[in-house]
Design a protein around this ligand. Structure first.
Ligand code: UDP
Ligand code: MG
Length: 327
């Protein structure tokens, strides 16, 4: 069995992938352990796949899988974890924002018996607004979610084989890996490093992307928004009851009086707003049930230098070893 697997999702990373590869090799070779690097090309359109093929051709420790289109980082990480055969698996970004020099330290901690070793970045070199928003988000998440998620603890981590097996046994389609990592448990340790900027190329996460990712996270790990809707409904009902009693008492004591157009409109508008919002929340969950019920695979493989069996539930369209030239 290989001792270390490095799993790298790559989407349009042709500018950095070679530098990344060199850095990883330089770090791993002196360790004197067997390793493999599993690259997953997430439907790049910039020739990343050609570079990966060259790397794989030159070095037998390099394995790759390429998707038929962009399926997102979560799917790419899943494919990479499925490919990996190592006793310890390190998940890394291709842009050198996850510095390979920390791998030896992670391995050392792993040897002390930890199943998950998280390299947690701080937020230097990041806009003040983004930092503040992230802080607020994590505070909200900590209050709402059933699993614990730590600010800055991203996907740069080492997982033991049994942790990987546990992750791969989770069947859901909607994979919010930050939550899944925490859900599987096991002994976890983390250390902090100073955030670095990507070596070249561009970040693929726009603000909107991040917002949606955040909502995904909140919703896939709890049903508290639904609970909140119930609570709001109950409180509104109670206050309406009190208000109605008060009006009735007024009528009984002072006789009939019909002001209150403003109250009426306010109540109607406020209530419809709350109803629509609640409907939206329910809709989100129903949409998720719909998504899950379709049981689609997480990704479609265009080509790979793997045997098809390894990538079980990604539909492999081609027999192993027969890579089709790029269209
Ligand atoms: N990535 C991917 N699929 C995507 C978007 C990103 O595989 O749809 C990869 C990307 O190639 C990189 C990692 O995920 O290796 C992190 O992406 P990026 O650096 O753009 O994110 P950021 O560091 O800005 O959060
Ligand atoms: Mg990055």
């Amino acid at each position: 069995m290989v001792q270390i697997s490095i799993v790298v999702p790559c989407y349009n990373e042709s500018e950095v992938i070679e530098a990344f590869h060199d850095a990883v090799i330089t770090t791993l070779e002196p360790l004197g352990r067997t390793f493999e690097i599993c690259y997953v090309d997430d439907g790049s359109s910039d020739g990343t796949i050609a570079i990966l093929k060259d790397l794989a051709g030159a070095d037998r420790r390099v394995r790759y899988t390429s998707f038929s289109r962009n399926f997102g980082k979560e799917s790419a990480m899943l494919a990479g974890m499925r490919m990996s055969r190592g006793a310890a698996v390190v998940l890394m970004d291709a842009d050198l924002q996850h510095p390979p020099e920390f791998i030896p330290r992670m391995l050392e901690l792993h040897q002390h018996g930890y199943d998950q070793v998280i390299a947690q970045r701080d937020r230097t070199h990041e806009g003040a607004l983004r930092t503040a928003l992230c802080r607020a988000y994590y505070r909200l998440v900590r209050r709402c979610m059933n699993v614990e998620i730590v600010n800055g603890a991203g996907d740069f981590r080492l997982l033991s084989r049994r942790a990987i097996d546990a992750l791969l046994s989770l069947p859901e389609n909607n994979r919010f890996s930050k939550g899944l990592f925490s859900w599987i448990g096991f002994d976890t340790v983390s250390f902090t490093y100073e955030n670095v900027q990507r070596a070249a190329g561009q970040s693929k996460w726009s603000g909107r992307h991040l917002l949606n990712y955040g909502i995904d996270g909140l919703i896939s790990f709890n049903s508290r928004p639904l609970r909140l809707a119930i609570h709001t409904g109950l409180w509104l009902f109670l206050s309406a009851l009190v208000y109605a009693l008060w009006i009735i008492a007024n009528v009984v004591l002072d006789g009939v009086d019909t002001p209150g157009y403003a109250t009426l409109i306010t109540a109607v508008v406020a209530l419809s707003g709350i109803q629509l919002a609640t409907l939206g929340v329910i809709g989100e969950y129903v949409g998720r049930i719909y998504d899950e019920s379709k049981r689609r695979p997480h990704y479609v493989v265009r080509e790979t230098n793997e045997s098809a069996a390894v990538l079980d539930s990604g539909l492999s369209l081609e027999p192993a070893g027969q890579a089709r030239p790029e269209a």
